[in-house]
Design a protein around this ligand. Structure first.
Ligand code: ADP
Length: 295
């Protein structure tokens, strides 16, 4: 379980991350989506103890990363696959990690096989393609047999076959109760892999929910303080609220119609958003444009 609460990071006058909160539950794969510069890496770096937050907290299995006694045994991290030492072979890279983690060398061979790099294990990392470095980075993250995986842009540089392979690996990991968060700036790259999405734009969370809920198609998405009261208010107005997993409703009406129906019964709204159902890319674009991010 990953818990991020009111996390913010300022660099001088730049606010890279602003009051970000979300959780990632065991048994699920969460996509952390946003355009370049949205604040994904900064959030993941705060989560993994590499950057101190300006305010807020981030915990993994109930502890801050820096308070975990042997973090690699709890959480596997891949933040920058391109940064691996080019002069070492793939096998040497993992052997070094294995000795730091205190895991047996046999685990290195298992992980090389798991990511399909056994044949390339003797080659220097400098000769690897970016996709191969991503595979090596994922092997490194899995070495300590962690229950949590944090991967920054793991699909970057992978061909469709590599992405399909990674999907299978991560889905198996989650099916065994693992917790996964992976970032991407391309919705299409991860939409078949993830079951939840946290979308960030301009350092702020602009959407958070199940894939089903966020891609519910046309209509208006509404969430209220009192879900049953809101359901009744919408029904009385002749609208047909369709309940979603999170307690929100999807309604085939405009945001104004939904807002008026709620107001007529004194319902307090926490979220009201029209979706035009124009497809995933369009939704992602809308959610991450500066105007949406500032709302
Ligand atoms: P993403 O991973 O979504 O591409 P980042 O988290 O890397 O976004 O960056 C978010 C914002 O914070 C950007 O505007 C970036 O320029 C800024 N930023 C990130 N790291 C630093 C740093 N060390 N110093 C100053 N600004 C930074």
């Amino acid at each position: 379980m990953i818990t991020v609460e009111n996390l913010s990071k300022r660099y001088g006058s730049t606010t890279a991350v602003h009051d970000v909160s979300f959780t990632v539950e065991p048994g699920s794969i969460t996509g952390f989506l946003g355009p370049n510069g949205a604040g994904k890496s900064t959030t993941l770096r705060m989560l993994t103890g590499l950057t101190p937050p300006t305010s807020g907290t981030a915990t993994i299995a109930g502890k801050r990363y820096t308070d975990l006694p042997n973090p690699g045994r709890v959480v596997g991290v891949m933040l920058d696959a391109a940064a691996q030492h080019p002069g070492r072979t793939g096998r040497e890279t993992l052997q070094l990690n294995a000795s730091l983690l205190g895991v047996p060398k046999s685990r290195v061979e298992e992980m090389l096989a798991a990511v399909g790099l056994t044949g390339a294990a003797k080659r220097r990392v400098g000769q690897y393609s970016l996709g191969m470095r991503q595979r090596l980075g994922i092997a490194g993250a899995l070495l300590g047999d962690p229950a949590v995986l944090i991967l920054d842009e793991p699909a970057n540089g992978m061909d469709p076959e590599g992405i399909r392979w990674m999907r299978g690996l991560l889905q198996d990991f989650a099916a065994r109760g693992g917790t996964v968060i992976l970032s991407s700036h391309l919705l299409g790259e991860v939409q078949a892999t993830v079951d939840r999405l946290v979308v960030i734009g301009g350092g702020r969370i602009v959407a958070n929910g199940s894939l089903e809920e966020l891609l519910a198609g046309s209509g208006t998405l509404v969430r209220g303080l009192d879900p049953s009261g809101l359901h009744q208010a919408l029904t009385v107005a002749g609208l047909q609220p369709e309940p979603l997993a999170s307690g929100s409703f999807r309604v085939d009406a405009t945001a104004e119609q939904v807002g008026r129906a709620a107001a007529a019964h004194g319902q307090i709204l926490l979220e009201l958003r029209e979706s035009d159902g124009a497809g995933l890319e369009e939704l992602f674009f809308q959610l991450t444009t500066p105007a949406a991010a500032a709302a």
